[in-house]
Design a protein around this ligand. Structure first.
Ligand SMILES: [Zn+2]
Length: 106
């Protein structure tokens, strides 16, 4: 087994423009989830509504975590294999923490 020591240290370089783009995308996504949560009806005894609320809450926390990574320069790195996550995938789901290869295993 070969160990690529440089891979995990290598933080992907985001241009200021891309950083701003992801920052805006994450802020918009977070605001949308917050609005969704505010508008969701009370979930007493309603399992479907409760599951929906839970799913929106989870995504919101994933978005918050991505904003934190963006602020600390760790954004865009797969948490499974440390490879850079392709920009196309980040465009689609900027809060993702895994590359395409690692996602199915999660
Ligand atoms: Zn990966």
């Amino acid at each position: 087994m070969t160990i690529h020591a440089s891979v995990s240290r290598d933080v992907p370089e985001l241009s200021a423009e891309l950083r701003d783009q992801f920052d805006t995308a994450l802020t918009t996504a977070a605001a949308r989830r917050e609005r969704q949560l505010a508008e969701l009806p009370p979930t007493h005894g309603d399992l479907v509504a409760a599951a929906h609320r839970e799913s929106v809450t989870r995504i919101l926390s994933e978005i918050r975590a991505a904003q934190e990574r963006l602020a600390t320069g760790r954004f865009g790195r797969c948490e499974g294999c440390a490879a850079a996550i392709p920009a196309e995938r980040l465009d689609l789901r900027p809060w993702t923490t895994l590359c395409v290869a690692c996602a199915p295993r999660a």
